[in-house]
Design a protein around this ligand. Structure first.
Ligand SMILES: N[C@H](CCC[C@H](N)C(=O)O)C(=O)O
Length: 307
């Protein structure tokens, strides 16, 4: 089967976009993995099928599939790229400067700006409110903290590992996140860093604790895993994604990390989130929803023959 595709990314978190407005595609895990394979396929962190809206106000539905073929409820960088895909192809009302992307986590309103050629460059997405109820994250742990509005949440989930005990704040943005806020990198064991390297977020061997906690049984649907530190420039973070591995950026992860830093008193409600691929500006609004602002880029398009 020959498929036309477009390749887009948000801060290097990259996706294969396929127009599936006739809902004809039912990709197998193997086909998704092939599309995402960086040697034998196109190469991406995930596949996004562009489908007809699910809601009255929707301009389209973003069907997000991780590189391993698993479905995810929401993708922050992906939804900015989804907006760009629609705007650049005039599949949405460009003049209005706004659209609604339907996702499995619900509709996401998006405000966007376009360049002189009418191409979208940046978008602000209303990512909805962070979900703190452990039953809904989901995480099999009792709430141990309360947010300023009284909402109970899991703020001190201590999990043992071969590299010691790590503490997580558990937040859902429609998809699950376990955020580890590190205040002292020197306190982490040598095994988590290359021999002789200075212990820091950038030298952390995230490929060790990442998959361990991604698949920890306390997370019944697995989880995305973030390691972060608050710095003078903003909140620096790296992410090990469920069903994908480390990515250069994660929009939902940035929202979850911002929430965790704010809930634990390490930061205010509005921060720059400093990811490997670049910066996202995140604001936890007074109405409880989170706004995420960042770029979206189209790299190339083409056709591919699926095995
Ligand atoms: N990269 C995405 C997150 C994908 C989450 C996916 N890995 C999951 O299983 O939840 C983002 O920008 O939010």
């Amino acid at each position: 089967m020959e498929l036309s595709f477009a390749k887009l990314h948000g801060l290097g978190n990259d996706f294969v976009f396929i127009d599936d407005r006739d809902c004809a595609l039912d990709l197998t895990d193997e086909q998704v993995s092939y599309l995402c394979d960086r040697h034998f396929g196109i190469g991406a962190d995930g596949v996004i099928l562009v489908r007809p809206a699910l809601s009255e106000e929707g301009d389209g539905y973003m069907h997000y599939i991780n590189a391993d073929g698993t479905l995810a409820q929401m993708c922050g960088n992906g939804v900015r790229c989804f907006a760009k895909y629609l705007v650049d192809r005039e599949l949405a009302d460009v003049a209005s400067g706004s659209l609604v992307a339907d996702t499995l986590a619900g509709p996401r309103p998006i405000a966007f700006s376009v360049d002189a050629e009418g191409k979208m460059t940046e978008a602000t997405v209303n990512m909805g409110a962070p979900i703190l109820d452990p039953v809904l994250v989901p995480v099999d742990a009792a709430p141990d903290s309360r947010a300023t509005d009284g909402a109970p949440y899991v703020g001190h989930l201590r999990l043992d590992s071969p590299w010691g005990t790590f503490e997580f704040v558990c937040v859902s943005m429609g998809n699950p996140h376990a955020v580890c806020l590190v205040d002292d990198w020197a306190a982490l064991p040598d095994e988590l860093f290359p021999a002789g390297a200075e212990k820091s977020l950038s030298t952390l061997r995230i490929d060790l604790p990442g998959p361990f906690f991604e698949t920890h049984p306390v997370f019944p649907e697995k989880t995305n895993v973030e390691f972060a530190s608050v710095t003078d420039e903003g909140i620096a973070m790296r992410v090990w994604e469920r069903g994908c591995g480390e990515t250069l950026a994660c929009g939902t992860g940035a929202c979850a990390t911002n929430t965790a830093a704010c809930l634990t008193g390490r930061a205010g409600r509005e921060n720059d989130l400093l990811l490997s691929g670049g910066l996202l500006h995140i604001c936890w609004n007074e109405d409880g929803t989170i706004s995420m602002t960042g770029p979206a880029t189209e790299s190339f398009s083409g056709t591919i023959v699926l095995p």
